[in-house]
Design a protein around this ligand. Sequence first.
Ligand code: ADP
Ligand code: MG
Length: 346
Amino acid sequence: MAEVKEVNKSHNGIEDIYTPVTHNPENILEVNKLKKYYPIGGGALTKAKGYVKAVDGVSFNIKRGTTMGLVGESGCGKSTIGRTILRLQDKSGGEVLFNGEEVHSISKKELRKLRTKMQIIFQDPFSSLSPRLPVGEIIGEAVRQHGIVPKEEHEAYIDKIMASCGLQPFHKDRYPHEFSGGQRQRICIARALAVNPEFVVCDEPVSALDVSIQAQIINLLKDLQEEYNLTYLFISHDLSVVEHISDTVGVMYLGTMVEYGEKEDIYREPLHPYTKALFSAIPMPDPNTKMNRIILKGSIPSPANPPKGCKFHTRCEHCMEVCKTTPPAQYDAGNGHLVACHLYNK
Ligand code: ADP
Ligand code: MG
């Protein structure tokens, strides 16, 4: 079949060419050549001076009931992907299909309904909880708004959700500041879960917590996933946390996804030079294991002016001439393990 190319003029005039994806019902989420460019300078009437290419053509799918881990250093575009998927902000190009439906082209009314199906949990549970509302209200607010359960069942429903999240129902009348960091994250999880979502973006949900508490929250998320058949996009810069929870993993660098695959494949044999460097920095539990740490040269270039060709070429120890001029295609190393690197162009 001939390739169908579609030119999509997005709101900020960035022209985007992509082949629309065909929906596979196994996937809850299909992200195709997603772009998010933030304008630099300019105002309501003046033209932008340039763009921060926070997300620059990222594609991946998430199968229902699984967890995809998204890793990469700070500023590489992970949170932007999360927010754009949920349409908390507009996209600049590409597609986001949730259950086969383009999230960015549905009406405001449909979006309101969809919001209950797609939830987000943030890193800082304190700033995302209203200090003036008791916990029962925080968790129950959206349940009431969306009529998730009949009025008379409301209280019992909140109790049940709180219990599933390891919270005592009698804590309903307390305020967020009366809880520890880990418990506050449980409150955020309960609030997200209460509207009966299918998909949850977890954006660094344990990064602000003590290591001992991190494991409890990760285990809670895993238990809830099983109980409610949830799908997660789990964003973290911490590779050991991602290893615990993910089925598939995507590695980001400067707005692009350099490697993607099954967790086992990525952790056993990382292929992209950037992923190898990232993995070489994981501390080993056994102090006698020698770490062959790969130190990357230079610093991360600005996403407003990313290097031509492969965005990683300025820091790559294997850089070839082609890398300086041509962005690499994604090569399949088997089992859907994709790597965007010219080294694998055999
Ligand atoms: P990560 O979550 O991986 O740390 P982000 O998605 O937060 O990365 O940011 C990606 C890039 O986009 C960064 O360079 C960041 O400065 C920029 N960015 C994020 N949000 C905005 C915004 N609202 N306006 C302009 N630039 C932004
Ligand atoms: Mg972030």
